[in-house]
Ligand binder design. Structure first.
Ligand code: ADP
Length: 304
């Protein structure tokens, strides 16, 4: 299994990554950890990255892509991996796509942990307090000032990846405000659903391929190969897509369309009422005082 954990600093990526490692026997590849190790060991990469990291900026794409390319090629990554902190920019995501393709590999899912920004500072402060209590060295970038810079980097450079992966139907969004246990359970539930849906799709594709080796048959199989993403949207892909449209449709949930719809409904009801009234009563009035008919209709319309 090959996964990406996406989320702002303090979202809980590291915590969930460790749980996924335990459960699935895959390795965690954290560019932040690797860079911190490089800084500590004073390697050329570490020396280049040190100040950038301390200030909350992003290390250059070339450097991190190089680190990941090396790491993914190693034997312990063969069973699968969780990328934590990478990709962090669209060029990094594109480089990862190319890298995986060159290895004949595919990404299973991108797990986005969505968290209220207001909670992040508290979480990071708590992490600092816990590390201090354990006598561990505190990260240089875990200060309120640097955190706000890291958040700004996240918003500007990393958040576009939500769109990038939702377009590619890889995104699974999880509410990162739940408890650690609940987040773990939700991730598991989504991954189970994904696996079940992928199995179904694979079975369907092989059934379609099986009947004949005719050109027609191949055409159908080829079609179905492109289809799962949209056709599958009823099962596991529902979850991938489900979270995305939510966001995408949010603007349209605003007042305007609803109001106009409701207004339209009200309009037609009122119209109908007005029509009904004018159909019934005017007949009477037409006999009595025909001149008043238009006035009533005008009144009816004004209600609209
Ligand atoms: P966070 O807890 O903020 O997600 P990480 O431990 O993942 O932090 O990374 C710490 C720092 O390392 C980042 O602020 C950044 O300077 C650098 N870094 C880590 N991963 C990347 C990356 N993929 N691209 C650029 N810089 C990175």
């Amino acid at each position: 299994m090959r996964l990406i954990l996406l989320g702002p600093p303090g979202a809980g990526k590291g915590t969930q990554a460790l749980r996924l490692v335990d459960r699935h026997g895959i390795i965690q590849l954290s560019t932040g950890e690797m860079l911190r190790a490089a800084v500590k060991a004073e390697t050329p990469v570490g020396l280049r990255a040190k100040d950038i990291m301390a200030s909350g900026g992003l290390v250059s794409d070339d450097v991190v892509i190089g680190i990941i390319a090396d790491r993914i090629s190693q034997p312990d990554a063969a069973k699968g991996f969780i990328l934590d902190g990478f990709p962090r920019t669209v060029p990094q995501a594109e480089a990862l796509d190319a890298l995986l393709k060159s290895h004949g590999l595919a990404l299973d899912a991108v797990l986005e942990l969505r968290v209220n920004e207001s909670a992040l500072l508290d979480r990071v402060e708590k992490r600092v307090a816990q590390m201090t209590a354990r006598g561990e060295a505190v990260r240089l970038d875990d200060t309120p000032e640097v955190l706000s810079k890291r958040l700004a980097s996240y918003r500007a450079q990393t958040e576009p990846l939500v769109h990038y992966y939702s377009e590619r139907r890889k995104l699974l969004t999880i509410d990162g405000m739940m408890t650690i246990e609940e987040v773990t359970a939700e991730i598991q539930r989504l991954l189970d659903a994904l696996r079940a849906s992928d199995k179904k799709t694979a079975a369907k594709a092989s059934r379609r391929r099986a009947p004949a080796n005719s050109t027609e048959g191949r055409g159908t199989a080829a079609k179905s190969a492109g289809k799962p993403a949209s056709g599958k949207a009823k099962t596991g892909a529902v979850k991938r897509a489900a979270k995305v449209p939510k966001k995408a449709t949010r603007p349209s949930r605003g007042g305007a369309p609803k109001k106009s719809k409701a207004a339209g409904k009200a309009k037609s009801v009122t119209k109908r009422t007005a029509k009904a009234k004018s159909a019934k009563k005017p007949a009477k009035r037409a006999v009595k005082k025909p001149a008043k008919r238009p006035a009533r209709l005008t009144k009816g319309r004004r209600v609209l």
